[in-house]
Design a binder for this molecule. Structure first.
Ligand code: ADP
Ligand code: MG
Length: 239
């Protein structure tokens, strides 16, 4: 097991997020405090509509809180300004969603190189980082093939490689196994758990207790609030 880093990499403090106004206002998060540390695998569970995706969007700086704060490495994401926020998102944060978001006209390798190239790296360096990230998720061959020639599980692993390529500190995964069969889903969760060994903080929304048991802890949300936080029974046992 990893020894969690003492300082949180993402720190939610009393976060409220509302959508709309007046009679149609929806309170997606209603006072959530949560610290995510380097090398820690956190599973988020809870009924549909309880605020899981909103929690991930705020952690990744895709949206800003209505009240409270979200800090990345100590910086308040609402206070740093749009260009620095964009830079943090691009360099340090990664996302994986249920549906595969690979670019079908690019090869597997080019898909993973893309974020590095957008960040201004040379093709040569981007290529080296991408090959390394793909190896980490167990994709080492046929990198010049296009995504649709890979299986669903392989495509999700390529998407994970793209989300963590370079020096990403946090990977937010929103139901990453939702579209996969059981065996394939197991492999994807195993890959996510393995990322923590090199210090990546992984925050995964899942409906499957079995997958949550891979996590170091499980956070349960209901009606926009954390209602329980527990260390998973299977934590550390299965690796
Ligand atoms: P979960 O991922 O747990 O299913 P969400 O975070 O997607 O829940 O949504 C929480 C609540 O916030 C839901 O009631 C949802 O309808 C609402 N919501 C989320 N995003 C928006 C949005 N962009 N505009 C309006 N309402 C939203
Ligand atoms: Mg959701």
């Amino acid at each position: 097991m990893n020894q969690p880093h003492p300082d949180p990499v993402v720190d939610y403090h009393d976060v409220v997020k509302t959508f709309g106004a007046g009679a149609t206002e929806v309170r997606a998060l209603n006072g959530v405090s949560l610290s995510v540390r380097a090398g820690e695998f956190t599973a988020i569970m809870g009924p549909s509509g309880c605020g899981k995706s909103t929690l991930l969007h705020l952690g990744g700086g895709l949206e800003l809180p209505t009240a409270g704060s979200v800090r990345f490495d100590g910086h308040d994401l609402a206070a740093i300004g749009p260009s620095r926020l964009a830079e943090i998102r691009r360099r340090h944060l990664g996302y994986v969603f249920q549906s595969l978001n690979l670019v079908s006209s690019l090869t597997a390798l080019e898909n993973v190189m893309l974020p590095m190239e957008l960040d201004g790296l040379s093709v040569r360096d981007a290529r080296a980082h991408a090959i390394e990230a793909l190896a980490q998720v167990g994709i080492e061959q046929q990198l010049d093939r296009h995504p649709d020639s890979f299986s669903g599980g392989q495509q999700q692993r390529i998407a994970i490689a793209r989300a963590v390529v370079g020096e990403r500190k946090v990977l937010f995964a929103d139901e990453p196994t939702g579209a996969l069969d059981t065996l394939t889903a197991d492999q994807v969760v195993e890959v996510l758990a393995g990322l923590t060994d090199r210090g990546v903080a992984v925050v995964m929304v899942t409906h499957e207790p079995r997958f949550a048991s891979w996590a170091d802890r499980v956070v349960f949300l209901r009606d926009g609030k954390v209602v329980d936080e527990s260390v998973a029974a299977g934590s550390g046992v299965s690796r």
